[in-house]
Design a protein around this ligand. Structure first.
Ligand code: AMP
Length: 230
């Protein structure tokens, strides 16, 4: 099955995607994580992406689409994937439609995690991510780790992403409104879009997502929520 997760930065796409992908036995493909991995490894792609990310801007389409396509062509994604952070504009959405069509596939559903802007700013400015596993996400106030600075799940160091400062977050929200939000209309017209409130606990949002997937005929069984995602 082929699923896209859309939503404001801070809506919990990464957390939900990791959980749902495990549950559905498909890879979680996050373009943000792929860029951060490339930056960490010092690749040319990472160097190209870094400045855009630091400024809260989108990385150019030709770089992003090429990277996403290579990842989707890996053997583990033959039977499907869950995309998180891609597509992020209508051009990328059209490119994805074409890529899938060329392979005789199509998307099954697009989950739109809906969150008020001010809640997104509060969530992101306090967000701390595990260096070891980026799906282990905490919040300094709302979901504090037992040991400050250390991941409850694996003991990895927690850090604040460079693009999670309040100023950059506001820029990212503006980019989302202007450039990314039109993709919801793209998918609504294709009858693929399902809106879900991203308010409440991680478990609440997961439950809503699973109900929506089941209603769309996607098999989604209940499994326990990861310890770090209370
Ligand atoms: P994320 O981890 O999804 O919040 O992405 C972090 C940053 O990576 C974004 O603010 C962009 O700079 C870049 N990025 C991730 N996905 C895309 C995409 N599909 N298109 C362009 N830039 C992206």
């Amino acid at each position: 099955m082929r699923i896209v997760l859309v939503g404001l930065p801070g809506a919990g796409k990464g957390t939900q995607a990791a959980f749902l992908a495990k549950n559905l036995s498909v890879p979680h493909i996050s373009t943000g994580d792929l860029f951060r991995m490339n930056i960490g490894q010092g690749t040319q792609l990472g160097r190209q992406a870094q400045e855009y990310m630091r400024a809260g801007q989108l990385v150019p389409d030709e770089i992003t689409i090429g990277m996403a396509r290579s990842r989707m062509e890996q053997p583990d994604a033959v039977h499907g994937f869950l995309l998180d952070g891609f597509p992020r504009n209508v051009f990328q959405a059209e490119a994805l439609d074409q890529l899938l069509k060329d392979d005789g596939h199509s998307l099954d559903v697009v989950l739109n995690l809906v969150l008020p802007h001010e809640e997104a700013v509060t969530r992101i400015a306090g967000r701390r991510v595990c260096r070891h596993d980026s799906s282990h996400v905490f919040h300094v106030t709302y979901n504090a780790p037992h040991e400050p600075g250390l991941c409850d799940a694996c003991g990895g160091d927690l850090y604040q992403r460079q693009d999670d400062t309040e100023e950059t977050v506001r820029e990212r929200l503006e980019v989302f409104d202007r450039v990314t939000s039109p993709i919801t209309e793209h998918y609504r017209l294709r009858n693929l879009l399902v809106g879900i409130s991203a308010l409440g606990s991680v478990a609440d949002v997961t439950e809503r997502s699973m109900v929506a997937l089941r209603e769309r005929g996607v098999r989604a069984d209940r499994v326990s929520t990861p310890a770090c995602d209370r």
